[in-house]
Design a binder for this molecule. Structure first.
Ligand code: 13P
Length: 330
């Protein structure tokens, strides 16, 4: 089908050699709290100005294939009057949109969530596609500890991801499929590997049942890491070996590419781990779709001051350059 060919072309462009995806799609609440933490007033105009700083960083398209926006930014314009999706396309980056409505408590699964947002999604996707969106993102959240993740939470989230992905492809939009196993907790790296593998098995089972074309998706998983509160530490080589070993066993070869989230790792650590994974010979390209590990230094440098926009852009450009080098060094 022509549509599927276009989808796989877009998906391949998202994971093109030396390029990753910038996740700038924090919800209004999350973005506002990050602005507050950086001493910047959490206004709609400041959220817009910050996203403009990121999107218009000189040379960004050399290392960034696409930018994930939230609904607010998607409908805003850059200061020269261009809607963000158009501005991104003109600079040479694919516009993306986060379409989930967030993780909510899952019934009969204490401490676990299911991501909502399927109601009305077909219509929203058609609207986003008409406004220039080329890809979308939906994030499921999986927690480890005290019997979690439960099979119930894995299945509910995998099912929602698959219904989302099928609807995206119907609309001609590439779905980023993001089942994030959180770093929160004192669990071991082995527990993360197990939770990541079982979650991905559920996800690929549901994607197959839903008729999703794997060449037209990008998988966005966590790296396999010890929990943040675990005394065990892991070298980049160990993280790379565990992550690649886990993915190899469960991710079909047809998937267009894998773009990791950073999940709360420091920018340097996320890059080192990404670099260590490039040494493996794998059926899919491995790249980054970092949020915090790309943008935190830019937000800190900007401080909400117009005269510091260039400093913020320099900070983002430096992180993108490091990650691009990590991808190309193999
Ligand atoms: P982090 O890289 O900060 O984890 O964000 C990526 C993302 O898109 C989370 O949904």
């Amino acid at each position: 089908m022509t549509g599927q060919t276009e989808l796989s072309c877009t998906a391949s462009a998202m994971v093109a050699a030396g390029k990753g995806i910038l996740a700038a799609d924090e919800s209004t609440a999350t973005m506002s709290s990050r602005l507050c933490a950086a001493g910047v007033a959490p206004t709609e105009q400041n959220r817009r100005a910050y996203r403009e700083l990121l999107a218009t960083t000189p040379g960004l398209a050399e290392g960034i294939s696409g930018v994930i926006l939230c609904d607010e930014t998607f409908r805003q314009s850059t200061s020269d009057g261009r809607p963000f999706p158009l501005a991104l396309a003109e600079i040479g980056m694919l516009p993306g949109i986060r379409v989930d409505c967030g993780a909510r408590p899952l019934a009969a699964a204490p401490g676990e969530t299911v991501t909502e947002g399927l109601d009305g999604l077909r219509e929203r996707l058609a609207d986003y596609a008409a406004s220039g969106a080329r890809f979308a993102k939906w994030r499921a959240v999986i927690v480890i500890g005290n019997g979690k993740p439960s099979a119930r939470a894995r299945r509910a989230n995998a099912h929602a991801l698959a219904r989302y992905a099928a609807l995206c492809q119907e609309a001609g939009i590439v779905p980023i499929v993001e089942p994030e196993v959180l770093m929160d907790g004192g669990h071991s790296m082995a527990a993360c590997a197990e939770a990541t593998a079982t979650t991905l098995v559920s996800v690929f089972g549901e994607l197959a049942d839903a008729g999703v074309e794997l060449a037209g998706i990008v998988l966005k998983p966590n790296m396999v890491l010890p929990g943040q509160a675990c005394p065990e530490s892991a070298s980049s080589r160990q993280v790379a070996t565990a992550t690649v070993g886990t993915l190899r066993g469960v991710v079909p070869d047809d998937v267009a590419g894998i773009a990791f989230l950073s999940g709360g790792q420091s920018p340097a650590r996320a890059t080192e781990n990404l670099a260590a994974m490039q040494r493996f010979d794998l059926p899919w390209p491995l790249t980054f779709s970092f949020g915090r590990a790309l943008v935190d230094p830019a937000l800190a440098a900007w401080q909400g001051k117009p005269e510091r926009v260039a400093a913020g852009q320099d900070a983002l450009a430096a992180r993108v350059l490091c990650n691009r080098a990590a991808l190309l060094a193999a």
